[in-house]
Design a protein around this ligand. Structure first.
Ligand SMILES: Nc1nc2c(c(=O)[nH]1)N[C@H]1C(S)=C(S)[C@@H](COP(=O)(O)OP(=O)(O)OC[C@H]3O[C@@H](n4cnc5c(N)ncnc54)[C@H](O)[C@@H]3O)O[C@H]1N2
Ligand code: MOO
Length: 405
């Protein structure tokens, strides 16, 4: 049986995936992580007036080029409350950060550089023209395009969007991922399992991964190993206009592995099945009309590894988000044996030494049903097909599962 190399499989999957069409307007508070569908221009000029950058005194620099100048304080300008008049020769206005600089003034003297007695100040430091003044429009001008379509919104971009006076933003809609777990043995968490039953777990990991990747998730629940039930769930996914149908389990060759044959019977076009990887060999990819179909293997670690390697990049491409770079290298603390023809993703712990070096320690047992070890892992060590033995201290490629704390 020939197995497709991982890189070919990913390329084939992504080559057919186009960013979803369809945009929506979302309030700023819900826009973090979303992708702008349009350019965003300023609806006002910022700052809207020449503003003070410091607490101090607004004055004419010509009056105070040298220390020792004496000026009369004729009023106050604070943020939100402008001084209405204008200042003339030898006059100053008490001013606070963010307040409009009064007409006639061109500079601000720090209050630390003034001696004040009653309504008089004496300067103790030379004043330069325009010092501590933020000119009107220094940040952006009314009508200026600040954020381009395709920008991924985050904390700094949301801030400038709000500053430009946008309460909502037009973003691309999230791809919709319909998720269904198959298997007569499966029960929802919190149930009391019978003698041959287990808890359906990977749904929760895949849903979390999909949401984090930028998708909206429609959970179709647990479906028995029954063609009619699987077809009905697939029909629900199609009615909901899912961009991707993700199945969990039933992907292999057993008598109860009905996912592929059922999908074929309702019109799925099979792109490929079975990948040269461990875990995750039975991964299946196809399309049902415009809907992508991803059949993930049932073993929880296999589902999650395939989710990370295939579903996340697919979602990000559909969502017009850039790919996540999770790969780096680390030094192995254990000799790694020579690999066979399947690319291996070895669950491992990662350490950072005092000198900042990353070292990796694979778990001894790697069965793809073992959720506990996967939860304790920080990374996957990638062992390419036919990789030779790697001695202790050798550098190996790794995929980070989460940030190292
Ligand atoms: N004769 C062969 N048998 C198997 C092969 C093969 O090539 N030839 N491949 C093996 C590999 S590798 C994998 S991986 C599994 C995957 O098979 P399926 O996708 O058909 O998965 P199931 O049989 O449905 O389930 C496998 C295992 O995982 C449990 N499971 C299923 N769904 C869930 C879920 N949502 N949450 C938690 N656990 C789940 C299920 O109870 C089984 O224990 O096939 C090998 N067999
Ligand atoms: O490929 Mo399976 O996922 O080895 O257990």
């Amino acid at each position: 049986m020939s197995l497709l190399p991982v890189s070919d499989a990913l390329e084939r999957l992504l080559s057919r995936a186009l960013p979803v069409d369809g945009r929506e307007s979302v309030p700023l508070a819900e826009a973090d992580g979303r992708v702008l569908a349009t350019d965003v221009s300023a609806r006002l000029t910022q700052p809207p007036f020449d503003a003070s950058a410091m607490d101090g005194y607004a004055l004419r620099s010509a009056d105070a080029l040298q220390p020792g100048a004496k000026l009369t304080v004729i009023g106050t300008s604070s943020a939100g409350h402008a001084f209405e008049g204008a200042i003339s020769e030898s006059q100053a206005v008490r001013i606070f950060t963010g307040a409009p600089v009064p007409d006639g003034a061109d500079s601000v003297l720090l209050q630390e550089d003034a001696l004040r007695v009653s309504d008089e100040i004496e300067t103790t430091y030379p004043v330069r023209h325009n010092q501590h003044v933020r000119p009107k429009g220094q940040d952006f001008l009314d009508g200026e395009t600040v954020l381009k379509a395709g920008t991924v919104l985050d904390f700094s971009r949301l801030t400038v969007a709000a500053g430009m006076n946008h309460a909502t933003l037009d973003v691309w809609r999230k791809p919709l991922i319909a998720l269904l777990a198959t298997g007569d043995e499966l029960l929802a968490p919190g149930s009391v399992p019978g003698p041959a039953q287990i808890i359906a777990s990977s749904t929760f990991g895949i849903a979390a991964l999909a949401r984090k990747a930028g998708a909206q998730v429609l959970n179709l629940g647990i479906v028995p190993d029954d063609r009619a039930a699987i077809s009905a769930a697939v029909a629900r996914a199609q009615q909901a206009k899912a961009d991707v149908i993700v199945t969990l389990g039933g992907a292999s060759v057993g008598d109860h592995d009905l996912v592929q044959s059922t999908l074929l019977s309702v019109g799925m076009e099979l792109d490929f099945w079975r990948i040269a990887m461990r875990p995750g060999k039975p991964l299946m990819v196809g399309s049902l009309g415009a809907t992508h179909v991803l059949g993930l293997p049932g073993n929880p670690v296999s589902s999650l590894v395939c989710g990370l390697l295939f579903l996340e990049p697919l979602i990000r491409k559909l969502a017009a988000l850039p790919a996540v770079a999770r790969d780096t290298t680390a030094e192995t603390t254990v000799a790694l044996r020579a690999n066979d023809h399947r690319q291996d993703y070895v669950r491992a712990r990662l350490h950072r030494t005092a000198s900042g070096k990353l070292t990796v320690e694979p778990f001894g047992k790697q069965d793809s049903s073992m959720m506990k070890i996967f939860a304790q892992s920080d990374c996957l060590v990638v062992r390419p097909p036919h990789a030779p033995e790697l001695p202790v201290g050798g550098q190996c490629p790794i995929i980070m599962l989460r940030d190292l704390v």
